[in-house]
Ligand binder design. Structure first.
Ligand code: NAG
Ligand code: NAG
Ligand code: NAG
Ligand code: NAG
Ligand code: NAG
Ligand code: NAG
Ligand code: NAG
Ligand code: NAG
Ligand code: NAG
Ligand code: NAG
Ligand code: NAG
Ligand code: NAG
Ligand code: CU
Length: 567
């Protein structure tokens, strides 16, 4: 431990006590040492990237409104950045993390002190790496308790249980990534979905390490579910137990009961588990949902729910029923049940008359194989994806935020299309082949401070179509409507929910369907938006918003920290 760290700790304690005395939010300090560590479980012997030697990474605990200072020290041989998923970071894009958008990578041997500013978020969020595919093993939960002295909008649970889903490859992640870049095709499917790092006893190598939750009969537990998987939307359920859904993406929702949940990569769902069944052992189980045709059979991963008074015999447990892997109705039906609390203490401020209307198609595409290479995409092409026909390509010599702040021209363009450049039957069956090939670029949409925005995501049936969990940095959005087919701008808005729409940072746009979201652009900065399926993000389903400064200090970006990593 360095003396710098210790002095930070002391300073932190001083600040903490001083702030607590005055009843304000606290400033907490933390250190993330990034290292490559040997990992010999899960039928593999390989090195993985990990924070402070732990996989999954540690859970960070804060109270609403706190600020966290995290010193990220990169002792690994790889570039890395860390993103605080769903933390709005008011006026502070500097610590947001997406590489080549708000910062250059923290290179081997370098460090970066990130300031994570919590404001309105309460519930569950998470942190993960945001460079190349390092997030496969670099992730952890963030638990945001109510302010000191404040209460949950439901009876206080007996205990909190972060449950983080991941995705495991026996193959080395850097090799997977390199192969993928070279081949231009689909990545190899992962070997298993993990629950708190383990796929459970149906997999031989996990038989003795399965995650086990011990409960006391009669008590209620708050399960904080996080989907950190790379490629898959997931179903989850617990044998013999219904779940009461109470939150998503760092906000509360109107409680409802369900026997399964759907959770997108990037999304969090808080559920109450009532341990009201006979003293026994029960499986918790997850498997992926996909609308892609010809998908392989999903493997079910498990964890154990053990009642403390039950014996330890876990043979012959039955799996809970999960929807079929291709059950799109079950997937969207769950998501459509999410509703904001919309009460006095948790008001809904959905823009009523948006002044900025954006209509974005999200598509699967192909691009020609680079000269001198052979690609395994359709007809020898390489797979790509796009938003409004622009397939994103990062500028690896200067990040967008630095270019914007320092007014350096040429690093990005500011004419990202606000509507599809060509109109066709987006979800039709016979789309002309030339529409498969997108433009490439690094374009942004510039928003005036405080503008009220409606953004409609339109899935397309290019290459068949698939669900896309779209994630926005810097602010949550209200999900006001959704449907299958093409968005109808005259009729669909008539059935929008402007009363209690859920306030999310990630929303799965269903296969060949659309989703409408609204938000107010009052967080000045540079904010990335992308599909949270890692292969789609890699192939170009990404774009950037710049929200301009408004008048006054509260509407102006903070100055950059002195230790921004250089390119
Ligand atoms: C997929 O796995 C096979 C064997 O495990 C390997 O040879 C191949 O390179 C992998 N492909 C990618 C894209 O990683
Ligand atoms: C996982 O699925 C693959 C492909 O269907 C199968 O070969 C493998 O045996 C499954 N593993 C388990 C543990 O179910
Ligand atoms: C697990 O181990 C058993 C017994 O050794 C073996 O029969 C089975 O094929 C293994 N399953 C997998 C998926 O490796
Ligand atoms: C779960 O809810 C369903 C209705 O949605 C009900 O039929 C079932 O009995 C409930 N199960 C438990 C264990 O409460
Ligand atoms: C179950 O196993 C745990 C150790 O994992 C042990 O402490 C406990 O006594 C066992 N309970 C019973 C009822 O055998
Ligand atoms: C296992 O479960 C099945 C049905 O769920 C039951 O018929 C069988 O008797 C059980 N076996 C044991 C050893 O408990
Ligand atoms: C889901 O897959 C099953 C076969 O596994 C198939 O019979 C069914 O038609 C599929 N459903 C949809 C909606 O594609
Ligand atoms: C969605 O779920 C609700 C509640 O379980 C049910 O009443 C409804 O029929 C479902 N809708 C569809 C389309 O499955
Ligand atoms: C591949 O080429 C064939 C024949 O030219 C064509 O019919 C098909 O649409 C192409 N597929 C893709 C995905 O480009
Ligand atoms: C678009 O294509 C879908 C699927 O083929 C079809 O049902 C729909 O009628 C088409 N819409 C228009 C406006 O042509
Ligand atoms: C700036 O924001 C702080 C915290 O939200 C608030 O207390 C203060 O009144 C605001 N100042 C102005 C000028 O709006
Ligand atoms: C690491 O980041 C630096 C700065 O952007 C870049 O020059 C270098 O190529 C990156 N290294 C790798 C292996 O991507
Ligand atoms: Cu996608």
């Amino acid at each position: 431990m360095s003396s710098k760290y210790i002095s930070f700790q002391l300073l932190g304690l001083l600040l903490l006590s001083c702030l607590i005395l005055h009843g304000h939010a606290a400033v907490r300090h933390h250190t993330f040492v990034v290292e490559e560590v040997p990992y010999t479980r899960l039928c593999s012997t390989k090195n993985i990237m990990a924070i402070n030697g732990k996989f999954p990474g540690e859970t960070l605990y804060v109270n609403k409104g706190d600020t966290l200072i995290v010193d990220v020290v990169n002792k690994s041989p790889h570039n890395l950045t860390i993103h605080w998923h769903g933390v709005n970071q008011p006026r502070n894009p500097w610590s947001d993390g997406p590489e080549y958008i708000t910062q250059c990578p923290i290179q081997p041997g370098a460090k970066f002190s990130q300031k994570v500013i919590f404001s309105t978020e309460e519930g569950t969020l998470w942190w993960h790496a945001h460079s190349e595919w390092t997030r496969a093993t670099v992730y952890g939960a963030i638990v945001i308790y109510p302010k000191k002295g404040d209460t949950y909008p439901f009876p206080k649970p007996h205990a909190d249980v972060p449950i983080i889903f991941g995705e495991w490859w026996k193959q080395d992640i850097f090799q997977l990534y390199e192969n993928l870049l070279q081949s231009g095709g689909d990545p190899n499917a992962s070997d298993a979905i993990t629950i708190n790092g383990q796929p459970g006893d149906r997999f031989n190598c996990s038989a003795h390490d399965m995650f086990k939750l011990v409960v006391k009969q009669g008590k209620t537990y708050l399960l904080r579910l996080i989907n950190a998987a790379m490629q898959d939307i997931l179903f989850f359920s617990v044998a013999n137990h219904n779940l009461t859904v109470v939150g998503t993406d760092g906000t509360y929702v109107k409680p409802f009961e369900s026997d399964y949940i759907t959770i997108s990569p990037g999304q969090t769902i808080d559920v109450l588990l009532h341990a009201n069944q006979p003293n026994n052992n029960y499986y918790m189980a997850t498997k992926f949902y996909t609308s892609a045709r010809g998908a392989v059979n999903a493997n079910t991963s498990t964890a154990l729910l053990h009642y403390s008074a039950a014996d330890n015999t876990t043979t012959n447990l039955s799996l809970p029923s999960l929807p079929a892997t291709n059950d799109t109705t079950a997937s969207v039906n769950f998501t459509a049940r999410l509703r904001s609390l919309a009460d006095k203490k948790h008001p809904v401020n959905v823009p009523k008359n948006p002044t900025t209307n954006l209509y974005f198609t999200i598509s699967m595409n192909t691009l020609p194989c680079p000269a001198g290479r052979s690609c395994v995409g359709p007809n020898g092409s390489r797979l790509a994806s796009s938003i409004n026909n622009v397939s994103f390509v990062a500028n690896t010599s200067l990040d967008v935020l630095a270019a914007y702040y320092n007014m350096i021209e040429g690093a990005y363009g500011d004419d990202f299309p606000r509507k599809p450049p060509v109109t066709y039957n987006f979800t039709g069956t016979n789309i002309p082949a030339e529409y498969r090939v997108p433009a490439t670029g690094n374009e942004v949409v510039v928003l005036e401070y405080n503008s009220s925005v409606e953004l409609v995501f339109q899935g397309t049936s290019l290459l068949g179509g698939v669900d896309h969990p779209m994630h926005l940095h810097g602010t949550n959005f209200y999900v006001v409507g959704w449907g299958f087919g093409n968005f109808d701008k005259v009729n669909d808005p008539k059935s929008y929910n402007l009363v209690d729409p859920p306030f999310q940072n990630t929303i799965a746009v269903p296969i060949n369907g659309w989703v409408a979201v609204r938000f107010r652009a009052k967080n000045p900065g540079v904010w990335f938006m992308h599909c949270h399926l890692e292969r789609h993000a890699l192939w170009g389903m990404d774009m950037t918003f710049i929200v301009k400064n408004g008048r006054g200090e509260n509407a102006t970006m903070l100055p950059p920290p002195p230790d921004m990593p250089p390119c």
